[in-house]
Write a protein that binds this ligand. Structure first.
Ligand SMILES: Nc1ncnc2c1ncn2[C@@H]1O[C@H](COP(=O)(O)OP(=O)(O)OP(=O)(O)O)[C@@H](O)[C@H]1O
Ligand SMILES: CC(C)(CO)[C@@H](O)C(=O)[O-]
Ligand code: BAL
Length: 283
């Protein structure tokens, strides 16, 4: 497995692979890998000839009071896991390599899609994501790039970014990997103490409750939200950031639940903010 920390040699490597006619699959991550990330890697291995994984905790997408400094990092462990999966190359740049002295150009997807849900709770977050993802796409020039549905809003924004700017990459979405009790895998789960870990299943259970209501015929988004909120409030360690029921993929408010839609949650368990969602479809 090749390991790059600098942009220039990585670009040379990618150019060589392309000259040989290889299809490049790219999996962007922030590291501290778990089965969710590895499911993206496995899908990439099936669809591409060469798989490149990036590991970069992007300072630009964290707010001043967020967890950039304490975000878990373990590059040695990540490299061992990726080697086992048969990944071809890893790109793990420093912040200085990505944002050279004088850096001042940003990519911003505008409109409701970036203003609601995590965009509202984390101002500037998606500008940071869109900027780094555009840079990574320009560096890696992948044919295919793989993103998880756990970060559904991010996925829809990146799909829009690619459409709006005619980027030459196909976005492939991958279903959410869960622990046995339903908790969506996330690097941030490592922040939870044992009591909080148990409490964290409230997100999945709340989504299940919501799904049951929809299956039983509920079509009113406000009523659905209310039941889910009341359910989450039964968990003393949980504090709701948001519960949203919106259209897919443009995340518009709904008068009536119809077609493809998302139930999306962000909930603090203690001081750890977790997100999860179900994407559902009704007639
Ligand atoms: N449980 C999961 N199932 C499928 N894909 C996932 C899962 N968790 C993360 N991913 C995907 O992996 C990619 C990298 O995400 P990231 O490194 O931020 O991981 P994370 O575990 O979501 O971290 P965080 O703690 O920041 O939520 C993203 O495309 C993300 O959607
Ligand atoms: C897409 C991404 C790697 C950009 O930093 C990050 O937001 C993530 O890991 O989901
Ligand atoms: N998985 C999204 C990255 C973040 O929370 O910053």
């Amino acid at each position: 497995m090749r390991f790059f920390t600098e942009i220039k040699p990585l670009k040379t490597y990618v150019a060589e692979q392309k000259r040989e006619g290889k299809i490049i699959g790219f999996v962007p991550t922030m590291g501290y890998l778990h089965e969710g990330h590895l499911s993206l890697v496995r899908k990439a291995k099936l669809q591409a000839d060469v798989v490149i994984v990036s590991i970069f905790v992007n300072p630009l997408q964290f707010g001043p009071n967020e967890d950039f400094a304490k975000y878990p990092r373990d590059i040695e462990r990540d490299l061992a896991l990726l080697q086992e999966e048969g990944v071809d190359s890893v790109f793990a740049p420093s912040a200085e390599e990505m944002y050279k002295e004088g850096f001042s150009t940003f990519v911003e997807v505008s409109g409701e899609i970036t203003e609601v849900m995590c965009g509202k709770s984390r101002p500037g977050h998606f500008k940071g994501v869109a900027t780094v993802v555009t840079k990574l796409f320009n560096i890696v020039t992948p044919d295919l790039a793989f993103f998880g549905q756990k970060d559904a809003q991010q996925l829809f924004i990146i799909e829009k970014l690619v459409r709006d700017l005619n980027l030459n990459v196909e976005i492939v979405s991958v279903p959410t990997c869960r622990e046995e009790d339903g908790l969506a895998m996330s690097s941030r789960n490592t922040y939870l103490n044992p009591e909080e870990r148990k409490a964290a299943t409230i997100l999945y259970r709340a989504l299940k409750r919501g799904e049951e209501l929809v299956l039983a015929g509920e079509r009113n988004p406000e009523r659905l939200k209310k039941v889910i909120e009341e359910f989450i409030k039964t968990e003393p360690l949980a504090r709701i950031d948001y519960v949203e029921v919106r259209s897919v993929p443009d995340l518009k408010a709904l008068d009536v639940i119809k077609g493809k839609f998302i139930i999306a949650l962000a909930v603090y368990i203690g001081s750890t903010r977790l997100i999860d969602n179900f994407i559902l479809e009704v007639d």
